[in-house]
Design a protein around this ligand. Structure first.
Ligand code: C2E
Ligand code: MG
Ligand code: MG
Ligand code: MG
Length: 291
């Protein structure tokens, strides 16, 4: 069930009490209000290129600033939203915010491709490519600037349907990343059939690398697998300099994690980028303007 798995222990929703119609109704209306009353926020976490130290990619992660429950993590309301179908409204809000933000950054000369997380339920919706395509047009953002992240299990729920949608998204120019790679059950033959651009190694393996040889073996093998298939590879959950250096040695392409930056609201991310650029002499502007 959803709530206990998350770290705050907030009992937001418990699947075992699925019959509690009143609680569900209340949560439903709270979620609706969240979208209508601007209680949702998008934070952005950078992905750092381990070879050049440039930052050209960020991941959008939704947050719910609830008036009485406080900060509610997406792990606590996305699964509920998926079950109730309200995910559609949230996803539309997320996609529009992310694309609008991408356009705003571009207008300031900041080139950042933005990735959004897409859940299983949306993936099998045939309207997803049309929705994205309309939003990209509305804000004048090239499709190549938009990435979507999907988990293996989201694909394996209904592989044929999922692959159809992914093919259509890819035909538009939208890039695809497999999130939490290695944790779901997936078949490598599906990986071969899908228009994937990037694998994201799940943070459990990356965080375990320091202590467990098996985790490092999994990380190393995933990097090799990705490269042998012509894919980029990202390590998520990079929490130390040690892990970052090791990943660079293993030729991992990109790193994401608290050691580099937590997910941040847009203005804070811009501050972080400025500082990053000062220290590293490189930037998301693609050229070295520090000298
Ligand atoms: P994810 O896409 O795998 O995102 C990575 C999660 O790991 C994020 O949690 C991020 O804050 C956290 N993280 C990043 N770096 C580190 C690190 O160094 N150490 C640790 N311990 N954690 C790190 P968050 O933001 O709570 O999101 C949780 C999950 O909720 C996401 O996992 C994603 O599956 C889902 N999610 C988030 N936003 C959306 C959304 O807009 N739509 C959908 N459908 N799902 C979303
Ligand atoms: Mg993700
Ligand atoms: Mg992940
Ligand atoms: Mg995850």
């Amino acid at each position: 069930y959803v709530a206990k798995r998350a770290n705050s222990g907030l009992a937001l929703y418990d699947e075992r009490h699925d019959d509690n119609g009143a609680e569900r109704l209340s949560l439903m209306s709270e979620l609706r209000q969240a979208v209508e009353h601007d209680q949702l926020m998008l934070y952005y976490q950078p992905k750092v290129d381990l070879a050049t130290h440039t930052v050209k990619f960020v991941e959008a992660l939704v947050r719910w600033d609830h008036p009485t429950r406080g900060y509610v993590s997406p792990d606590q309301f996305i699964p509920f939203a998926e079950q109730t179908g309200y995910i559609k409204a949230i996803s539309h809000w997320v996609a529009e915010q992310a694309i609008r933000q991408c356009a705003a950054w571009r207008a300031e000369g900041i080139e950042l491709a933005v990735s959004v997380n897409v859940s299983a339920r949306e993936l099998i919706q045939s309207s997803l490519p049309d929705t994205f395509s309309a939003l990209l047009k509305k804000y004048g953002v090239p499709a190549e600037m938009l990435w979507i992240e999907i988990t293996e299990s989201a694909i394996m729920d209904d592989p044929n349907h999922a692959i159809q949608t992914l093919d259509r998204l890819h035909a538009l120019g939208i890039r695809l990343a497999i999130d939490d790679f290695g944790t779901g059950y997936s078949s490598l033959s599906y990986l071969k059939r899908m228009p994937v651009d990037e694998l994201k190694i799940d943070k459990s393996f990356v965080m375990g690398m320091v202590l467990h040889r098996d985790d490092e073996t999994i990380v190393r093998s995933t990097i090799d697998l990705a490269h042998n298939m012509g894919l980029k590879v990202v390590a998520e959950g990079v929490e130390s300099e040690f892990v970052m250096r090791r990943l660079a040695e293993l030729r991992c392409d990109l790193a994401q994690g608290f050691h580099l930056s937590r997910p941040l609201p847009p203005s804070k991310l811009e501050d972080w980028l400025r500082e990053w650029r000062c220290v590293n002499g490189v930037s998301c502007f693609g050229v070295d303007r520090s000298s």
